[in-house]
Structures are given as C-alpha cells and as structure tokens.
Write a protein that binds this ligand. Sequence first.
Ligand SMILES: [Cu+2]
Length: 445
Amino acid sequence: MVAVMVVCLAAIAAVAITLLVVSAGATTGGERAPRAGAVSSAAVEEPECAENAPITQVLSSGSAWTMCWRVDHNTGLVLEDVTFAPAGHKQMQVLASLTIGQLEVPYDTGVRTTEDITAQGFGGRSMLTLGEKSCGGERVTADVPLVGDGSVGGVETREVLCRETVDGGIAYHATADTPGAEAVVERRTDLRLSTVSKVGWYEYVTQYTFGADGSITPELGATGDLSPADYTDKAHGWAVGEGDHHHAASHSHNAVWKVHWALGGRGGQRVEQYDARDTDEMGPKSRVVAGSLQAIEREGTREMGNRRWWRVLNPARLNEDGHPVSYEIGLGASSSFTFTRDDGHEHGGYDIAFTEATDCQLFATANRDGHCGRGVPDYVSDREVLDDVVAWVAVGFHHVPRDEDQSPMESHWQGFTMIPRDVTATRPDVPPGHESVNGSPPPAG
Ligand SMILES: [Cu+2]
C-alpha cells in the first residue's frame, strides 16, 4: 500500500486529507523504495488557488493530479498550476496554465465567420448551468464573472464545472511466457473536467481529461443545432432535407489551445521536434527508418508531418534513468487551417507555435493589446529565445453537415493529447513480476 497524503495549503481547505491508494514496487523521493509489498508515501501538496478550491484526484494507478481552476469571461474554463504526482514519486508541476486561445468558425460560403472566444466568450452568461444529465459526476459551483473579471458587472454563483472520474479502458494487459501464468491486467481511471458554453446555435463542451498515466487531453465537443441561416448550394454544403434542395453550409471549427508549460516550475523549458524519416533503405526484414531530434530554440511556428511530434523538456530535472523529464505533444486528427482573420497574416497557417510567455498575449487572434501583438504570428515575429514556454496548438475540424445533424446534432469532437515522456524511469505503478524490467534484458544463460 502506498499512502498519498494530500496537504491542503489553501485557506479554504486547511484540513489535511489522507487518501489511500494501492501500488506495489513503487519509488519515492527519487530513490528506489523496497520492492513488492513495501509501504511508502508521497505528499501531494495542493496549490494555493486565487478563486475556487483546488481539484485533487488520486487515480487507479496511485498517481494523482492537483490543480486550480476558474472561469474567464472569454476563454471559459482555465486550469492553472497543474501538477502530477506519479505513484510513489514526488509531484512535479506540469503546466502553469491551460485554456482555449481562440475558436473561429468560418463558413465555406465565405459569407460568415465568428471569433467565439474574443467576440462572445465561453464564460459569462454563455457558460451554462449544468443539470443532472449534463454531468455524470459532481457539479461544482463557481463564481462566473458576467463582464471582465467581475469587478464591475458582478458574478453569478452557479454549478458550471463537471468533475468526473471516468473509466479510461485497459491500462495494460501482459501475459508472462511461462505456462499457466496469469495475465497482469489493470483498467485505469481518468479525471475529467468539463463545462458547456452556448454560442449562437452551437453548444460547446470544453473538456480536459487527466489520465492515470499522466496524460492530458484537451477536447472541444460541438453540439446544439446547425445554423438555420446558413443554407447554400451543393459545392458549399450538404443536402440535409428531403431530396437535393436544402444544403446546410459546411464550415470549420478552428480551435487553438494555449498551453503554458512549467515542468518542474516555470522557466528553464526547452522545445524539440522529433521526426522519423524513411531512409528509402531496405533492411533484411523491414524498411530502415531514422529518428532525430531538432532543438527549437526560438519562437516560431511549425506544421504537422508524418511521424512528427514535439516535446517540451526540462534539462535540469532528470528521472532515475538520467533522462530529462519531458511531455510529448501529439496532434491527432486535424484539418489544418489558416485563420480567416489574423490581422494581415492570413496567408499561412500553423499547427503549433511556441512563444515566450508574456502576460498580455491572451488569444491566438484578435488579441486586444496591440502592444503585445494581435495574434500568434505577431508573437513569434521577434524570434525571442524560448525559456518560459507557451505552446499554441491548432486543431481544426471541417464539418460537412449530415442528415443525422438534425436534430439536435450529435457531439463532434476535436482535440489533442500530451503524454509524459521520461517523467519516471519506468511506469510508476509497476505490477508484480515486472519490477526488474528497465532497459534491455540481460543476455540469456
Ligand atoms: Cu459544425
């Protein structure tokens, strides 16, 4: 048994809570703990949150997440001081903040576009009070500012955050080669936070899933109804009524998330791009593929590629194998896009951009503070050296309506995933029989 003690520093939750979780063969404090059956503990220290009580959750693996959250008038749900404690290990801050940075919805007809985050916002009255069916878990109350930070227009105290622990499927399934051996199998649980915002005819689910494996998955779900004002011809839409007459206009949901990294704390962060190149060479059994890392030292934008991903690392913080801790950013399915309105930069899009953190660079486009730049292309233009890193991750979904969208529309989803890479020397929750596996096995005999 590993006891994970949660120490509350926040004034609103000044009482220490002790949570018990099960994990064998774990390590603590960077040193190897005695193997199977040993008892060790890790302290999960909650951050001091400015607004709401921190959210702390121990998951199936024995690993835990803790973070602050609040509702911003424009970006809606904002997560701050996000910290991961792998089972039996010291906790490590992962993110300074995580939120959406813009959502633009341009229609293929060219006659309409919206900038939902900066024009209307996901917070304020757009953020809907959750009912029983909108949340399978606990509905949490927040002060929702009606205008700006709430200091002028006031706040509404409503149940807007859904906090759930969900089944994350099979974590691992491994059967030993020895005859009669039983498989070690474990399912996992994930912490899921979500809010719902109504913008025009659409209702958007803002969702962040924190995995028992340390993964973070931001997603945007779109439901509600197709715009009744946007019907067009065959070339720009899809027939959704009887026959071939009523063509609902196709459109894009262009989302950019803003991820402010803080692996082990803010600053000292580095960025790398990984590419695996098919060398065109054939080995005895398979094609030879060569992987390489390229340092991204200065602000800039990058595009998706086959077998390409990025990572943010802290070279000053090593795991027990001597590898720098990092998080990998993987873009899954995305319809790459160029923003319709990007203040003179509407000529080439990006799938990810890296910028040096600045307090006034709030949105991917339509940033009001011109001094800081109007959007990501402005932010990267001075090619500052990266140290306190913000990643702007662009994920697009081109929505061609279908008959089933009426009505209401089934939720459609877009997002991406960030996973730990070398945060711990092995998986943190090693099951019995796997304690000695770390690296190439010793030669047989
Ligand atoms: Cu749509």
